[in-house]
Design a protein around this ligand. Structure first.
Ligand SMILES: Nc1ncnc2c1ncn2[C@@H]1O[C@H](COP(=O)(O)OP(=O)(O)OP(=O)(O)O)[C@@H](O)[C@H]1O
Ligand SMILES: [Mg+2]
Length: 462
């Protein structure tokens, strides 16, 4: 469930799928007038998601797209910083003259900072031979996007006018509230780190009267002026900049921590993409804090993800390697060995055999290199029961590279892999290969009796 501005709830799936449907239909309408004879099947859709999203969030987006009328075989999921990186690699000269070309030579490493409205998404890429890209440090970031600044501004108004009054203003004057946000958005885009000019924002009269009444005792009386004609609030440039402080600090702190990591040694440039990267304030602070690096902001930084997603759709293999965000594995049991297994995990089965349960059978470890198209661990399994219709594996993740048991602290059950079995008997062996390198995990199962290959997905939502 997600809340609207007024706290009313709707299922997220409905909101997401209607948003996707709106854009899908809008594109189809546009194409109708421009491309003769275009059939729905001619379109392959690419849905972009932040690289820091987990598997269940990606599956959720796929579900939303399907509900919006996009068939699953006509849909790819692209990771946003990757798309942006691909876009910039295709336009090196446009980015910043000849010198940017050097950034994209084989062996060069750079950090992609995708600063959007909701999330800051950071990945580190290396250019491989042939111009493909590989991720060399797992994606990281947080919810420190551009809308946090709007939030600080609203908190500031709430501080003056009172939070209850602010909520009432929203509830009763939604259009005015949106108008206020719109005006703030324009002013937010113009602020830089040196300007002394006061920032004027038009505040709807219902709120202005409250601000006027309470400003003198708010603690902001020296930084804010009011002009009664036209209900304008004039803010000191420093006050306007203060709305950015927390967000900028979080971005800078996180980026510096990341650049200290051993994998990131040799990073020469920061590629700034996403709408928030167009902010002069963000650009200036990044340039100042990382003066030893080359800072590249492509033209239309806010569209880099979108345009890169189109390139990705045409050439998904342009990203050749990724880094595992987690340690992934399945829960299993093994023969009990008293030298290594704790007695708490000992279990005697009906047939008298002694097993150790809850073992975290690791498939890939956090930080492992995942090559696209290469399977990690191939294993064969047999059903225990003659009439069994599926073999089910609970899938677990952990941040610990050496997790032992699925009950360890930090291990989390995230999904289920269900392998369907045909026929009867306990001799129906299946071989399972898991491919982790793509933007979504793929499982291939081979029925040994028939050599039939099936492609499955892990269910991360139930
Ligand atoms: N010149 C600018 N100065 C400051 N902020 C800006 C500027 N241009 C755009 N923004 C901010 O960038 C954000 C939108 O960026 P973008 O379109 O990349 O987000 P998104 O991709 O939709 O969100 P996310 O990546 O979080 O899912 C908004 O918060 C907007 O206010
Ligand atoms: Mg984005």
């Amino acid at each position: 469930m997600i809340d609207d501005e007024c706290g009313r709830q709707l299922p997220a799936l409905t909101v997401f799928s209607l948003s996707i449907r709106y854009m899908k239909e809008d594109l189809e309408k546009t194409c109708e007038n421009q491309v003769v004879g275009l059939k729905p099947d001619d379109i392959h859709w690419v849905l972009t998601v932040p690289a820091i999203w987990n598997d269940s969030a990606k599956q959720f987006m796929r579900m939303a797209a399907e509900q919006a009328g996009i068939s699953t075989d006509k849909l790819s999921v692209a990771l946003e910083p990757e798309a942006a990186s691909l876009y910039c690699r295709h336009l090196p000269v446009m980015c910043d003259g000849e010198s940017s070309l050097l950034t994209f030579q084989t062996g060069k490493k750079y950090l992609v900072l995708d600063a959007g409205g909701g999330t800051i998404d950071i990945t580190v890429h290396e250019v491989c031979a042939g111009g493909n890209l590989k991720e060399i440090h797992r994606a990281s970031g947080g919810d420190w996007g551009g809308t946090k600044i709007d939030g600080s501004f609203m908190n500031f108004l709430g501080h003056i006018a009172g939070n209850t009054a602010m909520q009432r203003f929203k509830d009763e004057n939604m259009e005015d509230f949106i108008e206020l946000l719109r005006d703030f958005e324009i002013k937010k885009r113009n602020i830089d780190s040196v300007s002394k000019t006061k920032v004027t924002i038009k505040v709807p009269s219902s709120l202005f009267d409250l601000v006027q009444e309470k400003l003198h005792s708010s603690g902001y009386e020296n930084q804010v002026n009011l002009t009664g004609t036209g209900n304008k609030v004039r803010l000191d440039a420093d006050l306007m900049r203060s709305f950015f402080t927390t967000t900028l600090t979080q971005i800078i702190t996180h980026t510096s921590d990341l650049l200290e990591k051993p994998d990131c040694v040799g990073v020469e440039a920061i590629l700034m993409v996403g709408g928030f990267s167009e902010s002069k304030l963000l650009q200036e602070i990044v340039k100042m804090m990382f003066s030893q690096l080359k800072i590249i902001v492509p033209p239309e930084a806010g569209l880099a993800v979108l345009k890169g997603a189109v390139i990705y759709g045409h050439c998904p293999t342009a990203i050749t390697e990724r880094i595992s965000k987690y340690t992934y594995g399945v829960a299993t049991s093994v023969k009990f060995n008293e030298k290594i297994h704790p007695s708490s995990k000992r279990l005697v089965l009906d047939d008298g055999s002694i097993i150790c349960e809850d073992v975290f059978d690791i498939i890939v470890k956090e930080g492992d290199r995942l090559v696209v198209g290469v399977a990690h661990k191939e294993r064969s399994y047999k059903p225990i029961d003659e009439s069994q219709k599926t073999i089910e594996f609970p899938v677990f993740i952990s941040r610990d590279r050496n997790a032992n048991f699925v009950t360890d602290l930090g291990c989390k059950h995230v999904g289920t892999l269900a392998i369907p079995l045909a026929g009867r008997g306990t001799d129906r062996s299946v071989t399972v290969r898991m491919l982790f390198g793509g933007t979504e995990i793929i499982v291939e199962c081979v029925e040994q009796a028939t050599s039939r290959i099936r492609r499955l997905k892990i269910d991360f939502l139930t």
